[in-house]
Design a protein around this ligand. Structure first.
Ligand code: SAH
Length: 393
């Protein structure tokens, strides 16, 4: 039987609206001493059941798994993973036709706070952000393989850097089901090496798939700069789209090597591509005005609310450099993946940059994360990726 956690009077309001977090300050009393990662039941001060979820020490004390009073057992994981997989099939990313790269579980967006699962061909990379999901990893991994009916054979568990440090779990990355050296996955017909061993996040930024496709449509005959290229996702799409030339830049030489390898994988010996390991700001300062399609997809400038002001300044500074150098008639794809930077914040930062440059700028598209990174309507904080496509006169 799960231990009960009682809320302070009136603190159940957000849970009644299905928000999936219980903050530690809302708790009145805890029955017994639950271990971190244990499943607990959440009740109102009056003793009415509200939710069941994972217990953890910290400001978010419970991450809700269900608003019905049920056991969190093997059957629960199977059903939840089945729902997630069916949705990916319904939106066409998990059909296997020309695309085997997609996000199968997107945390709160799939009602599974603390869990991320990305699929790369026959291998799923699973990341736990909570102790509870860590404790459930074997059941989750089994369910991933089960629901995909053999499409996924291997599960790599990659939570060394995402689990709370203080929980001291000593977790090491590695396969928990199967094992494979085949690191090539297919996104919209393009091939990518996925470095799940050492790469950032789960090894690839699956969330830019649709935005890369859009860029492909604008690439024909253009001179493209892909700034913050990482694995070269945007570069490879630009090349397929018929770009005249593509320059990829990242401050990490490993990222530049990955980009080169991915371009080579799809367009062997193609002289249109060049890659540079350089700092973005330095590169933008030194470059001439040759580019007429620029992508700016930087890492999150703000990881916390306190850093918001500085981050907005950073986005303005970065975009101002691109506005000042982009060729007349150029197109700028500019992004922010900081969760704490709202769509309006970001737009204001880019607007300020445009005004500083004095260029005439029109918004062509407003971009966001793709459908396999859904936003739980009761957890709007889950909306993190935003982008603008701009026409610069
Ligand atoms: N556009 C990529 C994802 C970018 S992730 C994609 O589609 O997959 C952000 C990248 O920015 C990382 O690879 C990181 O190495 C790089 N980066 C961070 N700071 C940088 C800087 N100052 N200059 C250039 N690159 C930087």
């Amino acid at each position: 039987m799960y231990k009960n956690v009682y809320l302070k009077r009136g603190k159940e309001e957000s849970l009644k609206r299905f928000h999936p977090w219980v903050f530690s300050g809302a708790i009145q009393q805890i029955e017994g001493e639950p271990e971190e990662g244990e499943v607990v039941r959440v009740l109102t001060a009056e003793g009415d059941f509200i939710a069941v979820g994972h217990w953890q020490i910290g400001s978010i004390a419970v991450r809700v798994l269900d608003f019905e009073d049920r056991d969190i057992d093997e059957d629960y994981w199977k059903r939840r993973l089945q729902v997630a997989y069916d949705m990916r099939r319904a939106i066409g990313v998990a059909s296997g036709k020309g695309n085997d790269t997609y996000r199968l579980v997107h945390g709160e967006g799939d009602g599974l706070p603390g869990l991320v699962v990305d699929v790369y061909g026959k291998t799923a990379v699973m990341q736990a952000h909570s102790v509870g999901m860590h404790c459930a990893r074997h059941e989750v991994a089994g369910a991933v393989v089960g629901v995909t009916c053999g499409a996924v054979e291997n599960v790599y568990y990659k939570s060394e850097t995402t689990l709370p440090f203080k929980a001291d779990l000593g977790q090491e990355n590695g396969f928990i089901i199967g094992g494979s050296r085949d690191d090539v996955a297919v996104e919209n017909g393009l091939k990518f090496h996925i470095d799940w061993l050492k790469g950032q996040k789960t090894g690839f930024f699956v969330d830019q798939r649709d935005n890369r496709s859009l860029l492909e449509r604008y690439a024909k005959g253009r001179t493209v700069l892909n700034m913050f290229c990482y694995t070269g996702g945007f570069s490879v799409y630009a090349m397929r789209g018929g770009a005249a030339s593509v320059h990829s830049v990242d401050s990490s030489s490993k990222a530049v090597d990955l980009t080169r390898a991915n371009v080579e994988l799809n367009f062997p010996g193609d002289a249109r591509h060049e890659a540079y390991a350089e700092d973005a700001f330095k590169f933008l300062d030194a470059m001439d005005s040759r580019y007429d399609l620029i992508v700016l997809d930087p890492p999150a400038f703000a990881k916390h609310k306190d850093a918001l002001r500085q981050a907005l300044k950073g986005y303005t500074r970065l975009n101002a450099k691109a506005f000042s150098k982009i060729r007349p008639g150029g197109i700028l794809f500019t992004f922010s993946c900081s969760q704490v930077v709202s769509k309006d914040n970001f737009r204001t930062a880019v607007f300020t940059a445009a005004a500083q440059s004095g260029r005439k700028v029109r918004i062509l598209h407003q971009l966001h994360q793709p459908a396999d990174h859904p936003v739980n309507i009761y957890h709007p904080e889950g909306e993190y990726l935003k982008g603008l496509v701009l026409y610069v006169e």
